[in-house]
Each structure stands twice: as structure tokens, then as C-alpha cells.
Design a protein. Structure first.
Length: 246
């Protein structure tokens, strides 16, 4: 119980700092891509920030594992966290570090009970747009046959791809860009399914609540009518006895 309590305290105290580090990571990842003329020093500084943020998440995972009362169960239940931490070590690409950080931020954010559906959906949309736009721009801007050259083109492509509209005016031409497109389409479909399912569940719960309230009122009215009937019968019986006494 003490270890579990320590783990809960650690997660509560580190949630906001890790989210702040994730924002710093997003800025560091975006600056060299948006500013195509960024020099070596700025690019190296941004890369250093990315690795520092990844290291913070790796340390967080190790500490949570050490504080877990049952470590095997912790690894089994948080296997995605482990993959996100190990992934950049296998292939230290900036794109993989972005994926890892987004996965870890999402896992930690879902631990907070105050997170609501609206916040999660908005955060997911913003995260997908940022990920898709920056990732595809980084791999397509220097492609000889690419037509996604600016951030505006990348954002427009990400939005149309995520919503599965696909106008076709902008499309990735590299293999990695197409892999990003597949991931963005699947994520958009999944997000749309989650939103639709939750809206439907909300309506169903609302209708069920109204039905329960209506049944309760109907039962109360029926009970009141029965009491009135019994009262009338009692009044009639008393009146009949009064007449007999006379």
C-alpha cells in the first residue's frame, strides 16, 4: 500500500511538469521544420531539447516501475509506455521521438480523472494536426516530386486527410510520407468513431434517464390514485356506518 501510494503521489506531482516538457518538445520539434533556414546551432539545440524531454519520460517510467507493487503487472499493463521509451533507442529518428512523446503524454493524460471527453477530443485533434502537418512537411519538403512545400500546405493536407475528405490537391510522394498519411487516416477514422459513439451513448443515457424519470412519475401518480381510491372507499364506509346508526 505504501508503494502504491508513493506511485500515485509521484504520478500526481509529475503530471504537470511532464505536460510542460511535452509542450517544449513540440516547440523544439516544430521550429527547425517551420523555419527551413534554421542554422546548425538552433537545430542542435532543438534536438537536445527533444532528447532531454524523452529522457524525462524515460526516467518517469523507470521511477513508476520501481514504485509499482507488482512490476510484472505494471509492465504488462503499460507495455505501450515501454515501447514508447525504447523506440527512439532502436532508431533515433526525430519522427520516432515525436511519436514516442505523443504516446507517453496521452498515457499520462488519461490518468487524470479531471480529463473530460471534450478536452480529450480537442487535444487529440490538435495533436493529430500538429503531428501530421510537421511530420509530412519534414519528409516532403525536399522531395523532388513533392507538392507539400509550406506549413499551410501541410496543415491543409493533414486536415483533409484526417477527415478522410482527400481532395487530392496535395499528396505525399515519399514512402515515409505515405506511411504518415495511412496513420493519420486511421487515427482520424478512430477519433470520429469515438466521438460518434460517445455522442450516441450520451443520447441513449439521456433518453434512459428521461424514461426512468417518467416511469417514476407514473408510478407516483398511480400510487397516489390508489391512495385516493382507498380514501374514498373509507369515507364511503364511514358514511354508510353513520347512516346505519341513525
Amino acid at each position: 500500500m505504501e508503494q502504491l501510494s508513493a506511485q500515485a503521489r509521484w504520478e500526481r506531482h509529475t503530471q504537470r511538469p511532464l505536460l510542460a516538457l511535452a509542450v517544449a518538445f513540440a516547440v523544439a520539434y516544430a521550429v527547425p521544420i517551420v523555419d527551413g533556414s534554421a542554422g546548425y546551432s538552433l537545430t542542435a539545440a532543438c534536438t537536445g531539447v527533444e532528447w532531454v524531454v524523452w529522457g524525462a519520460f524515460a526516467v518517469d517510467y523507470v521511477v513508476r516501475l520501481a514504485l509499482a507493487p507488482r512490476r510484472k503487472e505494471f509492465v504488462r499493463r503499460h507495455w505501450l509506455d515501454l515501447c514508447a521509451v525504447v523506440l527512439p533507442l532502436l532508431q533515433p529518428l526525430r519522427l520516432l521521438r515525436l511519436v514516442s512523446t505523443l504516446l507517453l503524454v496521452g498515457r499520462r493524460a488519461r490518468m487524470a480523472p479531471q480529463i473530460r471527453l471534450t478536452t480529450y477530443v480537442v487535444g487529440s485533434v490538435v495533436g493529430l494536426l500538429m503531428f501530421g502537418s510537421l511530420a509530412v512537411l519534414s519528409v516532403e519538403r525536399d522531395s523532388p516530386h513533392g507538392n507539400i512545400r509550406t506549413l499551410g500546405d501541410a496543415v491543409w493536407w493533414s486536415f483533409t486527410t484526417m477527415t478522410t475528405v482527400g481532395y487530392g490537391d496535395h499528396a505525399p510522394t515519399t514512402g515515409l510520407g505515405r506511411m504518415i498519411a495511412v496513420g493519420l487516416m486511421l487515427s482520424g477514422i478512430a477519433l470520429l468513431g469515438v466521438v460518434t459513439a460517445n455522442i450516441a451513448a450520451w443520447f441513449i443515457a439521456r433518453f434512459e434517464k428521461d424514461d426512468v424519470e417518467e416511469r417514476r412519475q407514473t408510478e407516483a401518480i398511480a400510487s397516489l390514485a390508489e391512495e385516493v381510491r382507498l380514501l374514498r372507499a373509507e369515507v364511503a364506509r364511514l358514511a354508510q356506518r353513520q347512516e346505519q346508526r341513525r
